[in-house]
Each structure stands twice: as structure tokens, then as C-alpha cells.
Design a protein around this ligand. Structure first.
Ligand code: 5RP
Length: 218
């Protein structure tokens, strides 16, 4: 099975976690896109969705799936999204697609976070994938200097603006031994909007696509 087949397999498995008659959160990226396509087949069972990016909202609408404003709905029953890295504690690195801020908001507003990944995303220690950080543009140089003090090598994601009008710094060289502590420390740097470490609110369930089928970690 190639990587796309593994992504499709876990995306389809996540349909089991969709609760009928509720509003659900939907993530961003190629794995989330497979989930959106699978969701289209059961769209009549849900009341609607909240999307974590403009791109996902467009794909949902293209399938005729209602997309709602988070401010108009209460708690979401479940949030389904991919990740760039995960460890066995279900701490994640996210933001490869640049949607990390809305992803963290929608994950936070959901009772359950189901993460869907192919097995290449499972690592012992987070940080080989450059850590995405969304930053207010005027703070770029200041935040970059602060990140160097934390041992990172930040690089501006060229030609990219987030859905919120901000920039992304991708930070190489971070050995993320204590994900919760580092997430909180980086959150305290003025100018950082969102850190791509999802550890203080980790996933609740990880569906991992492997050549031997879908593995479930909780
Ligand atoms: C987007 C994300 C994605 O979940 C992450 O980049 C994984 O993407 P893919 O499913 O395409 O491998 O965090 O901001």
C-alpha cells in the first residue's frame, strides 16, 4: 500500500467516530481531505461541520456538506484531523499545511479529537519535522531571535500567508523532549499566535494506517 492508500484507509475508519445528529470539526490536509470525501457518503447523518481552514470549508461545501461558524454552535462532538508527527502519548506536531491556529481552536472546542495518520508519522521524539509556528508579521525578527534561544533554527515559510493573515516560521533542530512544557513556554513569546505542538490538548484517539490494517492507540 502506498502512503495515500494508508491515509484513505484511516480516513474511512474515522467515520466510525462520527456521531449522528451532531456538528463535527473537520481538519486540514491530504488525510483530512480523504475524510471529507468519506464523510460525503453519510452527510445526511450529521447536522453540519466546522472547518479548520478555508480550503477544507471549500471541499466540504463542494460535497454539499453544511459548514457552520464555530460561534453559532456549542461544543463539537468530535474533531478529525491529520498530523505531521505523533508520539505514543498522542502529542502531535501540526501545521504542515499552515492551518494550525484554526486546528487548535477547533480541537479545543471538541469533546474528542481523533487523529488520523499513516504509520510514517509515528515517532519516538517529536521534532524531526520542522515545527510550524504562526507569527504576527511585525514580530517575525523578534520571535525568530527568541526561538534561537530555545535551540531552534527558524525559517520563514516563503510566499505563504495563513487564513488569519499571518506568517509561518518553520523551526528546525528542536528536540522536543517535553512537549507540554515547550508548548507552554513558546506560547508565552509575544507575537507567537500558535505553536504547532498539540500536547496540552493531545489527540484522544490515534488511528494509524499500516500495511496490516488500522491500529488504534488511545
Ligand atoms: C495542516 C496539518 C495537517 O494535519 C498535517 O500537515 C498533515 O497533513 P497530511 O494529512 O497532508 O499529511 O496540520 O495544517
Amino acid at each position: 500500500m502506498d502512503q495515500d492508500e494508508l491515509k484513505k484507509q484511516v480516513a474511512e475508519a474515522a467515520i466510525e467516530y462520527v456521531e449522528a445528529g451532531t456538528v463535527i470539526g473537520v481538519g486540514t490536509g491530504s488525510t483530512a481531505n480523504f475524510f471529507i470525501d468519506a464523510l460525503a457518503k453519510i452527510k445526511g447523518k450529521i447536522d453540519g461541520t466546522v472547518a479548520s481552514s478555508i480550503a477544507s470549508a471549500e471541499r466540504l461545501k463542494g460535497h454539499g456538506i453544511p459548514v457552520l461558524d464555530l460561534n453559532e454552535v456549542g461544543e463539537l462532538s468530535v474533531y478529525v484531523d491529520g498530523a505531521d508527527e505523533t508520539n505514543e502519548q498522542l502529542h502531535l506536531i501540526k501545521g504542515g499545511g499552515g492551518a494550525l491556529t484554526r486546528e487548535k481552536i477547533v480541537a479545543g472546542a471538541s469533546r474528542k479529537f481523533v487523529c488520523i495518520c499513516d504509520e510514517s508519522k509515528l515517532v519516538k521524539m517529536l521534532g524531526a519535522f520542522p515545527l510550524p509556528i504562526e507569527v504576527i508579521p511585525m514580530a517575525q525578527s523578534f520571535v525568530a531571535r527568541e526561538l534561537v534561544k530555545h535551540g531552534g533554527m527558524p525559517e520563514l515559510r516563503q510566499g505563504f500567508t495563513t487564513d488569519n493573515g499571518n506568517i509561518i516560521l518553520d523551526v528546525k533542530g528542536m528536540e522536543i523532549m517535553e512537549p507540554c512544557t515547550l508548548e507552554s513556554a513558546l506560547n508565552n513569546i509575544p507575537g507567537i499566535v500558535t505553536v504547532g505542538i498539540f500536547a496540552n490538548r493531545p489527540a484522544d484517539v490515534l488511528l494509524l494506517g499500516t500495511a496490516n490494517g488500522v491500529k488504534t492507540l488511545t
